[in-house]
Design a protein around this ligand. Structure first.
Ligand code: SF4
Length: 379
């Protein structure tokens, strides 16, 4: 798929010189080798970057041509044919690259939404500055292959496999790819034992990463990955209707519950937010389905006309609240709201809301089942 993010992020006219973030401090939080990459990436954006000093003067002179020719002959004589990569190795590389892309390059639909939102904010306003910083962050992360945010988030895999495909092996390979991605600095070490607080150091452990497997009757494997930040996860909410202040078991009650969630968040959870909502289900399946709504494209339209209208209404009303990006005030409190539904028991009526931050990291890949290679990138 054509990657438009580069073009779009440059449309922001990011101003790293006036970023209110303490960038040197942020860099100190990175592992040693990533510090160098980040420093280089920032320097690249500055007119003061001294290419002479940093690169050219450090090169040694090239050897004479006949020396090069002799070396090439010697290398050709000793070279051995490399065996083809096994499907397992190719699958590992495919998932590792999926993790890198997800953690460092925001999908085009999200970049488009943030770009459009900035046009609705008054120039120089707090909202304008906040969206500028966000845009700056997006551009720098992409250029330097560094994580978009220090919060790795919950690592959620959503996987479809053909009937008979070995899901256990895929889970092992994907877990190995998470470890490798952490070592390479694509993911910050961010998974801790819930009782002792000890960091496992490689983002794996009980419940990390999370796998949702489903079989399908397609010949290929589809792997989608979402990194769901902790700050925005804290803003999730679940309502049980009827509610004395919010209303009954109908779409008006649902609307009030969703708007209440936005109001309670007040921009915390790193807004502008994107909401995934599930009407119905139980407390567990409701939240699962709400998160799955976040796999939809931001500019798609709900196939249920009533829910499509509700999604639009929610975004419109939330953006009139004045909460704005990061709660700094402004016209962009939500970028989107995606609503699904599950059957429920007559005794209960849950509205589950998964709040996603601007660092809306989700990507996917179609992978050939026999070779493990990526046939198409998603989002
Ligand atoms: S909520 Fe999102 S943007 Fe905020 S720290 Fe977590 S991942 Fe980063």
């Amino acid at each position: 798929m054509k990657d438009e993010a580069d073009h779009l992020t440059h449309g922001f006219q990011f101003n790293t010189q006036h970023s209110p973030f303490n960038i040197p401090l942020l860099i100190q939080l990175l592992p040693g080798n990533r510090q160098q990459t980040a420093t280089g990436a920032i320097a690249n954006q500055s007119a003061a970057f001294d290419y002479e000093r940093h690169s050219v003067s450090r090169l040694s002179p090239a050897p004479p041509l006949d020396t090069l020719a002799r070396r090439e002959t010697l290398m050709s004589a000793t070279a051995q044919t490399l065996p083809d990569a096994s499907p397992q190795t190719a699958l590992f590389e495919s998932i590792l690259e999926l993790i890198r892309r997800t953690s460092t390059i925001l999908p085009d639909d999200v970049v488009r939404a943030i770009t459009a939102a900035r046009k609705n904010e008054a120039e120089g306003s707090n909202a304008d500055v906040a969206l500028n910083v966000i845009g700056c962050n997006i551009g720098m992360a992409k250029e330097s292959s560094l994580p978009l945010c220090q919060d790795t988030g919950t690592i959620l895999f959503y996987i479809h496999t053909p009937v008979g495909y070995d899901q256990l092996e895929l889970e092992e390979i994907a877990t190995g790819a998470v470890r490798a991605a952490t070592k390479k600095g694509y993911l910050r070490q961010n998974s801790v034992d819930s009782v002792t607080g000890k960091n496992t150091g490689d983002n794996t452990g009980p419940g990390s990463p999370v796998f949702h497997f489903e079989q399908w009757r397609e010949p290929n494997v589809e792997v989608k990955l979402m990194l769901k930040g902790g700050g925005c996860e804290n803003m999730n909410a679940q309502y049980s209707l009827p509610h004395p202040d919010l209303g009954g078991r109908d779409l008006k009650g649902v609307e009030n519950a969703i708007l209440d969630c936005v109001l309670q968040a007040q921009g915390q959870g790193c807004g502008p937010g994107i909401l995934g909502v599930c009407i119905g289900g139980d407390r567990g399946t409701g939240y699962m389905n709400a998160k799955e709504q976040l796999l939809r494209e931001l500019d798609d339209s709900n196939s249920d006309p009533e829910l499509a209208a509700l999604e639009e209404r929610i975004v419109e009303k939330a953006n009139q609240s004045g909460i704005g990006p990061m709660g700094f005030g402004g016209n962009t409190t939500l970028l989107a709201c995606k609503i699904g539904k599950l059957n429920r028991l007559p005794a209960s009526y849950f509205v589950s809301i998964a709040y996603m931050c601007w660092a809306y990291r989700r990507r996917g890949a179609q992978i050939e089942a026999t070779t493990g290679s990526v046939s198409a990138w998603l989002y």
